[in-house]
Design a protein. Structure first.
Length: 345
């Protein structure tokens, strides 16, 4: 399928629409995902796209059937950077042959397992490789524009309002939980390793991606798993050949919630047949095109549905543990140090 080339005229038309109607660029991003056995989750995103998410085999219950939620988060940020660079380069008349982004995020999972207070990312860095003949001065201006208008850079750098709710259901058709690879003993083994060695759970997640298309389609690698990321056809340069970065970010949060519920339920001996999460995140893209000071996501809401025969008190305690320890909750609610730099490809 051929892609739609991005043009300055198309972007200016979007800006004009945003000037004429303040609601024209108001969107709600989101995802719906579900985990049953293990850590494997499939997130359904807008545009008919799905993303498989899992944990590596080094984590309890992981089978490496997809990138893990924190790698997906890095991928969403890297591709959001690339698309923002491509859009602003087009408007500024910079011939950008390609833009590639490598993202690294530092996190200590000792917080997730209750050994430290900090549970989310401590820092996120991105190196953007630009293939262009434009002079350094113009590329510095381009970076300044992107730093000020990238929606996910703004979301990380600011505290984003977050709400989670939980609904309990009891499905008579229960899976055989004895087959669930998420075992309390394995999780306790991870905790034991963190107690023995303070560096054992320090992790560096990341992604690498490249936009070398005439439109906005980019390819991202997350922990050895590849994915096409794009914008919908309603966006200049979008061809809907993959999910967009903001929906992908929602999927990273939803799947991280689900895995956190599975892990804490195993340790707290709360029987869980399945966990699903619906994420909604409104964003006014007038901030992306410079018509509003609010650039990042306005808020994020996670609606968790848990299939469990446990009592209400046990479910409430489980939710309290996940709300306190889910890495993505802390990453969203607490500002993260974000650094970006550009280099020539």
């Amino acid at each position: 399928m051929p892609t739609n080339p991005i043009t300055s005229e198309g972007i200016m038309a979007v800006i004009a629409a945003g000037k004429e109607d303040e609601k024209a660029l108001a969107f709600v991003y989101g995802s719906e995902s579900k985990i049953e056995l293990g850590c494997y989750s499939v997130a359904k995103l807008s545009g008919g796209h799905t993303v498989s998410i899992d944990e590596p085999e080094t984590m309890p219950g992981g089978k490496n059937l997809g990138p893990n939620p924190l790698e997906v988060m890095c991928g969403s940020f890297g591709t959001c950077q690339e698309i923002t660079y491509k859009m602003y380069a087009t408007v500024m008349g910079i011939d950008l042959k390609s833009v590639a982004c490598t993202v690294e995020g530092d996190i200590d999972l000792a917080g997730f397992v209750g050994l430290k207070d900090k549970t989310g990312f401590t820092s996120i860095s991105a190196t953007i490789a630009l293939d262009t003949d434009a002079p350094d001065e113009q590329l510095e201006q381009l970076k300044t524009a992107v730093d000020a208008h990238c929606p996910l850079a703004a979301t990380f750098s600011e505290s984003c309002p977050l709400e989670t709710t939980i609904t309990q259901v009891t499905n008579p058709a229960k899976p055989d939980l004895s087959e669930d690879p998420v075992k309390a003993a394995d999780i306790l083994g991870v905790i034991g390793a963190g107690k023995e060695d303070e560096n054992a759970l320090k992790m560096k997640y990341g992604s690498s991606s490249k936009l070398a298309d005439s439109g906005l389609m980019t390819k991202v690698d997350m922990g050895g798993h590849s994915l096409t990321v794009d914008e919908p056809e309603t966006m200049p340069g979008g061809s809907n050949q993959g999910p967009n970065p903001l929906d992908l970010f929602c999927a990273s949060f939803g799947s991280c919630q689900e895995i956190s519920y599975k892990y804490y339920a195993a340790v707290m001996d709360v029987p869980v047949n399945s966990v699903s999460c619906k994420v909604t995140a409104p964003c006014d893209l007038r901030g992306l095109v410079g018509l509003s000071d609010k650039v990042g996501l306005a808020s994020i809401k996670g609606e968790i549905t848990i299939d469990s025969p446990a009592g209400e008190e046990a479910i409430a305690q489980l939710k309290g543990a996940v709300d306190a320890k889910c890495p993505m909750v802390d990453t969203i609610k607490s500002p993260v140090a974000v650094t970006t730099k550009w280099v020539r490809a």
